[in-house]
Design a protein around this ligand. Structure first.
Ligand SMILES: [Zn+2]
Length: 118
């Protein structure tokens, strides 16, 4: 799902998309000429492998997302803000979702058996 930067109103627009078992929904709000705030939630179940025994495990996801989407290169002194840059004048919510899913998958996850023997 893509939304053109120029079409995001300051009153906000709802969005919803999904990837595998994860639903991503929330609101986009125009913050400035080239910045859109994305506030939403990731919900669902992600399948990943146990980092110790490689058994498949289901990861329950319930994450809040709060980041800025920048139309082009983000130039600001503001730090500690998660920013994603887009270069085709659209906010690609699937790109945001995929990057969040990759971050979740890159964490260490152990199945219940491996957790017990810790
Ligand atoms: Zn395991």
């Amino acid at each position: 799902m893509k939304i053109v930067f120029k079409k995001v109103p300051s009153s906000g627009v709802d969005f919803q998309t999904s990837f595998e078992g994860i639903k991503f929904y929330g609101k986009l709000e125009k913050k400035s000429k080239s910045l859109v705030q994305c506030i939403g939630k990731l919900e669902g179940t992600l399948t990943c492998l146990c980092d110790r025994c490689a058994k498949e495990i289901s990861l329950h996801v319930n994450e809040k997302i709060d980041l800025l989407a920048s139309d082009g290169i983000y130039e600001s002194s503001e730090e500690l803000v998660e920013v994603m840059e887009f270069f085709d004048e659209t906010v690609d919510l699937d790109t945001i979702l995929l990057s969040e899913v990759e971050t979740l998958k890159s964490d260490y996850h152990y199945c219940s058996t491996c957790n017990e023997t810790d």
